[in-house]
Design a protein around this ligand. Structure first.
Ligand code: NAP
Length: 290
C-alpha cells in the first residue's frame, strides 16, 4: 500500500485492540479497489477516550469503528446518532462529515445480512432466543425486531440488563412478543427447545476452556444456531450444532457485513464484499490452524 499526502485515514478504536482482524479486511478492499485509504488499529486508554474522539476531525480522520469497551461510552461525544444507533443505544461506526461526528451502528444489519446468506430462513414471525444482553445482543435483537421477528426471548446472567433490553424493544416495536429471563442452566432448557433460532451473543466460547453456553443435547434438527464469536471459528456450541445436524453460523459473516456497511459510510462506494470475505477467509484458515 502506497501512503502519500492524499491518503485518508480510517481505523478502529478499542482496548485492547491486538485481537482485531478488521485492518486486514479493510486494507485488502482499499488496495484491490486502488482507493487512497488506510485502516489502522488504535489502542485507546479508557481515560483518553474523549480526547481521542474529539481529535478525529482536527486530524482529518474520515471515520473509525468502535469496539469493546467503548460502544456506548462514545455516545456523549458525538454530534448526531443515526436512527439505528439511537434505537440500539450504541455505536460501532463513527463518520466524520463536515466537521461533525455522526454515530452509526452496522452490527445489527451486518448480522441480518450474514443470517440471510448463511442460514437462509425467513425471520418474519419466528421465535428467537437471544443469550446475552450486552451491546451485540442489543444490535442483533433490534435488527431482528425491525425485520419482523415474531418473538424474542432474552436470556441473560444479569437479569436487570435483560429486562432493560426487553423493555427498550417493547417501547420501539409494539407488535413484538418479548420476554427476559435470568440465565440459569437448569431452568432455560424448555425455553430454548421452543426456539426456532438460538443466538449466543455472550463471550462464552472464546476461551479454550469454555463449555457450550447451553446443554448440547437440547438442540433439535429444526432449529438454527448462531454464535457471534468468530475466533475460535467453532465454539463448543457450534460443534454441538454441527453434530446435531442443525443449521449454524459463526460470527465471521457478521463481521464481514458490518465492515462492508462501515466501508460504504466512509467511502460512499459500494463495498467489495467478496474481496473482504476472501481476506477474512484467509484469516479464518490461519485461526483454524493455530
Ligand atoms: P458486552 O456488551 O460486554 O456483553 C457481554 C454479554 O455476555 C453480557 O450479556 C454478559 O452477561 C454475557 N456474559 C459474559 N460472560 C458470561 C458468562 N460467563 N456467563 C453468561 N453470560 C456471560 O459484549 P458485546 O459487545 O455484546 O460482545 C459479546 C460477544 O459478541 C463477544 O464475543 C464479541 O466478540 C461478539 N461480537 C461479534 C461481532 C461480530 O461481528 N461477529 C460483533 C460484536 C460483538 P452480563 O450482562 O451478566 O455481564
Amino acid at each position: 500500500m502506497l501512503i502519500t499526502g492524499k491518503t485518508r485515514i480510517v481505523g478502529i478504536f478499542g482496548h485492547p485492540i491486538e485481537h482485531t482482524i478488521s485492518p486486514y479486511m479493510h486494507n485488502s478492499a482499499f488496495e484491490t479497489l486502488g482507493i487512497p485509504y488506510c485502516y489502522l488499529p488504535f489502542d485507546i486508554d479508557p481515560k483518553d477516550l474523549e480526547i481521542c474522539i474529539r481529535s478525529i476531525n482536527p486530524l482529518g480522520i474520515k471515520g473509525v469503528n468502535i469496539t469493546i469497551p467503548f460502544k456506548t461510552q462514545v455516545v456523549p461525544y458525538l454530534d448526531e446518532l443515526d436512527s439505528n444507533a439511537k434505537l440500539i443505544g450504541a455505536v460501532n461506526t463513527i463518520e466524520a462529515r463536515d466537521g461533525k461526528l455522526i454515530g452509526h451502528n452496522t452490527d445489527g444489519k451486518g448480522f441480518i445480512n450474514a443470517f440471510n446468506e448463511e442460514v437462509g430462513i425467513s425471520i418474519s414471525k419466528r421465535r428467537f432466543v437471544v443469550i446475552g444482553a450486552g451491546g451485540a445482543a442489543r444490535a442483533v435483537s433490534t435488527a431482528l425486531a425491525a425485520e419482523g421477528a415474531g418473538e424474542i426471548i432474552i436470556i441473560n446472567r444479569t437479569s436487570l440488563k435483560g429486562k432493560e433490553l426487553a423493555s427498550d424493544l417493547l417501547r420501539n416495536f409494539y407488535d413484538l412478543k418479548v420476554s427476559a429471563i435470568e440465565f440459569d442452566p437448569y431452568k432455560i432448557n424448555d425455553l430454548i427447545m421452543d426456539g426456532d433460532v438460538i443466538i449466543n451473543t455472550t463471550s462464552v466460547g472464546m476461551k479454550k476452556s469454555d463449555p457450550s453456553i447451553i446443554p448440547p443435547d437440547i438442540l433439535r434438527s429444526s432449529m438454527a444456531v448462531c454464535d457471534l464469536i468468530y475466533n475460535p471459528p467453532e465454539t463448543p456450541l457450534l460443534k454441538a450444532a454441527k453434530s446435531a445436524g442443525v443449521k449454524f453460523m459463526n460470527g465471521l459473516g457478521m463481521l464481514i457485513h458490518q465492515g462492508a456497511l462501515s466501508f460504504e459510510i466512509w467511502t460512499g462506494l459500494p463495498a467489495p464484499v467478496e474481496i473482504m470475505r476472501k481476506a477474512m477467509m484467509n484469516v479464518d484458515k490461519l485461526m483454524r490452524n493455530s
